[in-house]
Write a protein that binds this ligand. Sequence first.
Ligand code: ADP
Ligand code: MG
Length: 347
Amino acid sequence: MIEQKKSSHTKIDSIGEFTLINHLTKNFSSKQKSTIVGIGDDAAVLNFNGNAVVTTDMLIEGVHFDLSYMPLKHLGYKSIVVNLSDLYAMGANASQVLVSIAASNRFTLEALDELYQGIKLACENYGVDLVGGDTTSSVKGMQISVTAIGATPKSGPILRKGAKENDLIVVSGDIGSAFMGLKVLEREKEVFKVNPKNQPDLEKYTYIIERQLKPEARKDIIKLLSELNVVPTSMIDISDGLSSELLHICKNSEVGCDLYENKIPLDPQLISVCEEFKLDSTTIALNGGEDYELLMTISQKDFPKIKANPSLTVIGYIKDKNSGCNLVLRDNSSVALKARGWGSKED
Ligand code: ADP
Ligand code: MG
């Protein structure tokens, strides 16, 4: 668990807002051609020849993150990545982000520096410019709002509504791990509360914890699809869980689907952790969330182009609307697919 660093603690209310913004953003420089004016004026100026794609997401302490197991650097990184993932899910590229932060006096300048180190790393890794934001105090806790901007691909944005009967359902990477990473971290937090001297051994959970704390957005898949000359008929990123995302595609496209349980890509570490927790790995993959993989539908004619690729797995077929949305189990029986993403969790 993360202990507060006692060595340096500059109170944020001891420095002026201007100095704070300047301090946090001084190491950022703009590299994108479309950035005309970045941080430092009343507003940023961007130049897009075609359509711009814009998305925003809020992260609230206590709702979306828990700083007792989420290092601030990872939080900064993740806050950018989750927004970029939404742009890639439109088939778009990502070129600019704006970051607004509200932090209570509990946070020091050094803490915000850590957060911005993560933001900077994500901006560098994904090649996006930080072009603005807002900085304000909050009565309690930390809130982060990120807006990401990019350009649509030449072939147009890939929407949720384009899936057609007989299309293949394809997912990138593997799913379910981010959710079980969270389960492990929550369990260790409870152990830590009872015995703070007991630092957990998380060696055998490295992959699933990394999927939770340092998720990546699949920029590489957008590049791969373009190299393979495949334009998905619909696409969405998996933030709430495979089943609810697939239901979004089906509802928006007015189609049904068959999703095959035995085709869902799972990491071996996820399978063994599910056994340890006595949880069904299919249920976790369907309902977990925060995997930030891409779920898409492609035309059958494109199957030869993707079939040899280890990053893409065919997990089912689009059917007509009257067939409904079904999960085909290992014994070949079918059950209705249900959305039980995080959003519909009971509280
Ligand atoms: P204003 O008073 O016009 O809102 P600010 O003093 O809040 O201006 O911001 C000055 C500049 O710094 C603007 O370009 C703004 O977008 C940028 N900025 C403010 N806060 C942040 C932040 N947390 N991250 C990145 N840029 C920021
Ligand atoms: Mg402002």
